[in-house]
Design a protein around this ligand. Structure first.
Ligand SMILES: [Zn+2]
Length: 681
């Protein structure tokens, strides 16, 4: 062991084994416990149990339906060839590789969803299924650690060399990144090192590869899940060469001549000032860079992250937290006469304020990438603005990617759907059971729903941070190792009353803080401690710190006002001029054709600025959903055939409307839908 790793080991408090540093014992999803530049740590993967309400309902569907369904799909070669590819590469089945080049990575994500669920449920069946699959994956891996089923199958058939990164638009590194993440999650959930050992060999392979490959070959591979993966491997194994690899990946990003804006590597990362290109790749990149910052404190990275965040959140993000407004486009658009400077981009950010609704791409993976990135930014800073975005995306554009039943998926998440639009886009606007061409989103959304409880709390030297609200029980430790248990009772986000009861406090009574997030939208929050109003500052968009020598049975009550509000967009967003969206708490609403009287179009509904909504709990697909009822205005139905412009029609007819949360749209059969509605005339 070299001097640096010895020093690191002392700093991390680990002890030496003959084979190298010990594996980290802390078991949080993104383990920043020993990260010197992260303000917050996560709680262990089994520390939070949803007990009631919104996320308990989603987790139950994940446990009972989403996870078993996605597992069955990925193990059934008639539907998905992902696992069969591993079996063929392992010499256990005959056949050809089938499916996209990121199929291995999809399977690792499915495996991660099982591991994340197992961390909470300890269902032995999940453990057995994972063991069975991991044994096959391990068999596929080459001696040098390389693992990529298309190349290994080709080599077996003497059709290729089996060497790495021959095609730079393949997803080999992306696959490896998901292997690393899944392996860390599997290790933390089960204590087993079977998948971690495969991931270690694969990370070693990548480390050695980047040491020796030419700059062109070592050009950063697309969709960099391996930035997050490599740092997480460093956190798990405490092997400093993995951090060196992650730093190297960041340093060479954008330094070769053949980079593209689509891939965020036309210019060196540290020189970038605008978010551009493919939105999944961008958000994964920024999340990975945030991970590197957590370990190194490299300020040049934080300044890029700040620029990207401002650009995305103030100019490029949808009201639903969705990212990536364009199916296809060009970059830069119109800033140069040199055709060489204009590059094609796809599934990408548009220009500032270019946020179309019908044709919005908003890939589910990009919206998840937004969560991954903002969660990491939150950990670095403890700044609630990141939790606001994370909550927004989770409750809207992430959940819209999966049906309430948990078995159908959307690849894109538009904010409007009209059957009159006279063209079809590439991806279905009805959820489907399997997205054959691009199945990256379904396993991603399933693992995300199975992991939401990991985002709910953080800890710091000062105490416990409440990031997301929902009925749950928490059993964790303060930084000094003392146990704390608490119960959170709430029907959030349908209701803003949150009650926290301390069930266990440190035996040696000591002062510590509860940091309660006051969401950016929550004007007029109230806080009671043991029934008495508390004087903590309750500023929307900040954490309120409540410090005390807590005793068992102490109660905190937070009341967040949950009125439905009309929201307008910056006037530079052309597509939504003079329109409003309805938001209640973190939940964005939409209007659906199934709730309209026969013959009336949702696109004729206008909303008076003083509309009052009454919340009404309804069931859709057996799930509680808060609908909003109110009286809107209706434009007299007129035919737009062969008309592009006309004199305005009156909207003086009153019509009762029912709005449902955006994430729940399309769950009652095929429907037209819109988030934005014009203000009444
Ligand atoms: Zn996707």
């Amino acid at each position: 062991m070299n001097k640096i790793s010895q020093t690191l080991c002392v700093a991390l408090g680990c002890f030496l084994l003959s084979g190298g540093p010990a594996l980290a014992q802390q078991k949080s999803l993104v383990n920043t416990t020993a990260s010197s530049h992260a303000k917050l740590s996560g709680v262990d993967m089994n520390a939070v149990t949803w007990t009631q309400g919104f996320w308990a309902d989603r987790f139950k569907v994940a446990q009972e339906t989403m996870v078993p369904n996605i597992w069955n799909i990925y193990n059934d070669p008639k539907v998905s060839h992902a696992f069969r590819n591993f079996e063929i590469a392992a010499g256990m089945a005959e056949g050809e590789h089938k499916g996209p080049s990121f199929h291995d990575g999809d399977f690792y994500k499915v495996l991660e969803s099982l591991a994340a669920t197992y961390a909470v449920t300890k269902d032995p069946k999940l453990d057995q299924e994972m063991d069975r699959a991991i044994a096959v994956i391990a068999k596929v891996q080459q001696d040098d650690g390389y693992i990529y089923t298309p190349a290994i199958i080709q080599k077996k058939k003497n059709q290729g060399t089996g060497s790495a990164f021959q095609d730079k638009v393949n997803f080999e590194a992306y696959n490896l990144g998901h292997l690393m993440t899944a392996a860390c999650v599997h290790y933390r959930a089960t204590g087993k090192t079977s998948l971690l050992n495969v991931a270690k060999k694969a990370t070693d392979f990548l480390y050695n590869y980047y040491k020796t490959a030419s700059p062109e070959l070592s050009r950063n591979a697309i969709c960099p899940s391996h930035y997050m993966g490599t740092v997480e491997m460093y956190r798990t194994t405490q092997d400093p060469k993995y951090l060196e690899l992650a730093q190297n990946l960041v340093n060479i990003h954008g330094t070769t001549d053949d980079g593209t804006d689509d891939n965020q590597d036309r210019i060196p990362l540290r020189k970038q000032t605008k978010a551009m290109g493919h939105a999944v790749r961008a958000s994964y990149l920024y999340a990975g860079v945030a991970d590197v910052y957590a370990e190194t404190g490299d300020k040049s990275l934080m300044s890029v992250l700040d620029l990207m965040w401002d650009d995305v959140v103030y100019r490029k993000m949808y009201i639903t937290g969705g990212l990536g407004s364009l199916y296809d486009g060009t970059s830069p658009d119109g800033t140069s006469y040199n055709p060489k400077d204009v590059q094609k981009i796809h599934q990408a950010f548009g220009r500032d304020y270019q946020l179309p609704n019908h044709t919005a791409h908003n890939e589910t993976c990009a919206n998840i990438g937004n969560v991954l990135w903002n969660y990491r930014m939150l950990k670095l800073t403890g700044d609630a603005k990141y939790a606001d975005v994370m909550e927004l995306a989770l409750h809207n554009s992430v959940l819209s990617g999966i049906s309430l039943k948990g078995t159908e998926f959307l690849y894109t998440n538009p904010l409007a759907q009209s059957d009159d639009l006279p063209f079809k886009q590439r991806w279905s606007k009805d959820r489907v059971g399997y997205i054959a061409l691009s199945n990256c989103c379904p396993p991603n959304v399933v693992r995300t729903v199975a992991e939401v409880h990991n985002y709910a709390y953080s800890t710091s030297d000062k105490g416990i941070w409440f990031n997301l609200y929902g009925g749950n029980k928490l059993a964790t430790k303060l930084k000094d190792g003392s146990d704390v248990k608490l119960t959170q009772e709430t029907n959030y986000p349908w209701d803003g009353n949150i009650k926290v009861t301390l069930d266990q406090v440190p035996r040696k009574k000591k002062e510590f803080s509860m940091f309660l997030r006051i969401p950016g939208w929550a004007d007029g929050a109230k806080l009671l401690v043991n029934g008495k109003p508390h004087n903590a500052k309750l500023t929307p968009g900040e954490y309120a710190e409540v410090s005390a020598r807590w005793a068992k049975g102490d109660k905190i009550e937070l009341v967040l006002p949950m009125e439905a509000k009309l929201i307008e967009s910056n006037p530079l967003v052309e597509e939504t001029r003079n329109q409003v969206a309805v938001k209640r708490g973190p939940v964005v609403y939409c209007i659906e054709s199934v709730d309209m009287p026969k013959g009336q179009s949702i696109f004729n509904v206008t909303l008076p600025a003083d509309i009052r909504f009454t919340p009404k709990l309804i069931k859709i697909e057996n799930s509680d959903v808060m609908s909003l009822e109110g009286n809107a205005k209706l434009i007299k139905n007129q035919d737009w055939d062969k008309q592009l412009y006309r004199e305005i029609a009156k909207d003086n007819q009153t019509v009762p409307v029912k709005l449902v949360p955006y994430y729940a749209w399309g769950n009652r059969g095929h429907a037209e839908m819109s988030v934005w509605m014009p203000l009444s005339r």
